[in-house]
Design a protein around this ligand. Structure first.
Ligand SMILES: Nc1ncnc2c1ncn2[C@@H]1O[C@H](COP(=O)(O)OP(=O)(O)O)[C@@H](O)[C@H]1O
Ligand SMILES: [Mg+2]
Length: 234
């Protein structure tokens, strides 16, 4: 099969102004991620990982450079079309789960379905994906009634309920103990195989790097290296 590029970043720069000072958080970052590939993004704290992920997630826009997602240049897309890209093409998971505390697991997972224009039975789709992440018996629990690992599973289900092509995760195991974190990484790795997801995971964990195809390392807003961790092509 031909290698298709899902994410193409060309000389991405992101400058933030802090009072009178301008901080160059990303300083010309270029890379490609193939469809179905899993990339681990590592680097010291403050190196720009979350900032880069926010660009890939179409939550933020670069100061300059170009970002092409699934063949479409989204660099200068309107807020309306970016919202559509976020809802239909991208699933994102954060360190802090970001669930709505007053909603049950099922209702949290249904949220993106309500925003969407895609037809379908929201309740059934949300229940199906919750079962897939191992929470069939926790659907009516609220976040505070769930463990950290279970809350992250709900967040993963919510990220995937719209069948995105890209899954982004910003330190998804950062708030979990080591063993729970390993289970979450195994789940992400399994889901990306099953759904053919293009995946970028920000992490400090060597476990993620081990299930990734490639490791990108960001230092002071620049990519240092791109290490292939699997010699055999998938
Ligand atoms: N909203 C903001 N305002 C000012 N500086 C910020 C903001 N967000 C991030 N930064 C700065 O940008 C740099 C990169 O941040 P970030 O992308 O969060 O790094 P990482 O995720 O690798 O820890 C840091 O120096 C941080 O202090
Ligand atoms: Mg970060």
């Amino acid at each position: 099969m031909q290698r298709q590029i899902m994410i193409q970043a060309v000389q991405l720069r992101r400058t933030l102004s802090l009072g009178a000072q301008a901080i160059e958080v990303l300083r010309g970052v270029s890379f490609e991620v193939a469809r179905g590939e899993m990339v681990a993004l590592t680097g010291p704290s403050g190196s720009g990982k979350s900032t880069l992920l926010a660009l890939l997630a179409a939550i933020d826009s670069p100061t300059s450079g170009q970002l092409i997602l699934d063949g479409s240049d989204i660099t200068h897309a309107s807020e309306g079309s970016l919202a559509r890209v976020r809802n239909e093409k991208i699933g994102i998971v954060f360190q802090s789960f970001n669930l709505i505390p007053t909603l049950t697991a099922l209702e949290n997972v249904e949220v993106p379905l309500h925003i969407s224009t895609k037809p379908g039975d929201a309740r059934r789709r949300a229940a199906d994906i919750l079962a897939r992440v191992g929470l069939a018996d926790r659907m009516h629990h609220r976040p505070h009634q769930l463990s950290g690992g279970q809350q992250q599973r709900v967040a993963i289900a919510r990220a995937l309920v719209m069948s995105p092509s890209v899954l982004l995760a910003d330190e998804p195991t950062g708030n979990l103990d080591t063993q729970t974190g390993q289970h979450i990484l195994a789940l992400i790795s399994e889901l990306r195989q099953d759904f053919g997801l293009t995946t970028v995971v920000v992490t400090h964990s060597p476990d993620v790097a081990a299930c990734a195809d490639r490791v990108l390392r960001l230092v002071d807003g620049q990519l240092m290296s791109s290490v292939a961790v699997k010699a055999v092509a998938r």
